[in-house]
Design a protein around this ligand. Structure first.
Ligand SMILES: Cc1ncc(C[n+]2csc(CCOP(=O)(O)OP(=O)(O)O)c2C)c(N)n1
Ligand SMILES: [Mg+2]
Length: 288
């Protein structure tokens, strides 16, 4: 069923805010990963603000859907989605990477309620998500598992062990999202370790594959809906994205994988993102 234009617009507005948060957080910390945070923002927004069943005021709610951020380095986007949806105060975002913060440089579940798992060492999230999905099946639970991976992360062998097992066990309550921004830490994914034909590879492991524009809110919402209807296999949504999306000098530039913008660069980035937000009708407060 098509989604109402007002819903799509409201999600686009939230995504615009999250991108602003991401830049402010990383700039304040002086360290972090903006590129992959900005590419993952739209999918994460759709999950946290519409698609997933969860209760920010009750993070341990047994019936909640589970989200696993396997590419843990992009946690600024996750923290912002969590704060903006009510897990903790938005003001806490500015503690990213400070000593003693709950918002560690990679997600640490022992500190922050709402995180399902500690990640950062790439390659492990899909295995954990698969375990959760199987646990739901054994417990006859309705909840679903969503696992977001990076494309560079798909170089990890453990991903393919989990992929094979998920296909074998026909875990149709598991939806993976591949943030296909075509860049990783050292440059173009196809030069570091050729992934294509990536869709065929996942299909060969027994997965239903949906390929979308990962910045089209409409396409993201349709794909997430479709994934829940597929029976007998897990689904992977290959979301074609732009690393650094929304900030002109960060877009498609591997240099911005894991570095904070300086003062001037932050000003330019925020000006661009705030203009995009304003176009969508978001009121941007200068004090935030
Ligand atoms: C096991 C492991 N090896 C290496 C790293 C260092 N590392 C951090 S991010 C990254 C690149 C990830 O690229 P990708 O998955 O494409 O992430 P994105 O482009 O979404 O930022 C690497 C190699 C790590 N975190 N874990
Ligand atoms: Mg990548």
């Amino acid at each position: 069923m098509p989604h109402a234009p007002e819903l799509i617009l409201s999600l686009e507005r939230i995504a615009a805010k999250i991108r602003i948060d991401v830049i402010k957080m990383i700039a304040k910390a002086g360290t972090g990963h903006p590129g992959g945070s900005l590419s993952a923002t739209d999918v994460m927004t759709a999950l946290y603000f519409h698609h997933m069943r969860h209760d920010p005021k009750n993070p341990k709610w047994e019936e909640r859907d589970r989200f696993v951020l396997s590419k843990g380095h992009v946690c600024p986007a996750l923290y912002s989605a969590m704060a903006e949806s009510g897990y903790f105060p938005v003001s806490e975002l500015m503690t990213l990477r400070q000593l003693g913060t709950r918002l560690q440089g990679h997600p640490a579940m022992q500190y922050l309620p709402g995180l399902e798992i500690t990640t950062g060492s790439l390659g492990q999230g899909l295995s954990a998500g698969l375990g959760m999905a199987l646990a739901a099946r054994v417990g006859k639970k309705e909840w679903r598992v969503y696992c977001m991976m990076g494309d560079g992360e798909n170089d990890e062998g453990q991903i393919w062990e989990a992929a094979m097992a998920a296909g074998h066990f026909k875990t149709d309550n598991l939806t993976a999202i591949l943030d296909r921004n075509s860049l990783q830490i050292d440059g173009c994914t196809e030069n570091v370790m050729c992934l294509d034909p990536i869709a065929d590879k996942w299909r060969a492991f027994g997965w239903n594959v949906i390929e979308i524009d990962g910045h089209s809110m409409e396409a993201i919402m349709d794909a997430l809906d479709l994934a829940t209807t597929v029976k007998g296999k897990p689904t992977i949504i290959i979301a074609k994205t732009v690393k650094g999306k929304g900030v002109s000098f960060m877009e498609n530039n591997a240099e911005w994988h894991g570095k904070a913008p300086n003062k001037e660069q932050t000003e330019i980035a925020l000006k661009e993102l705030e203009a995009q937000a304003a176009k969508l009708g978001v009121e941007v407060s200068k004090e935030d």
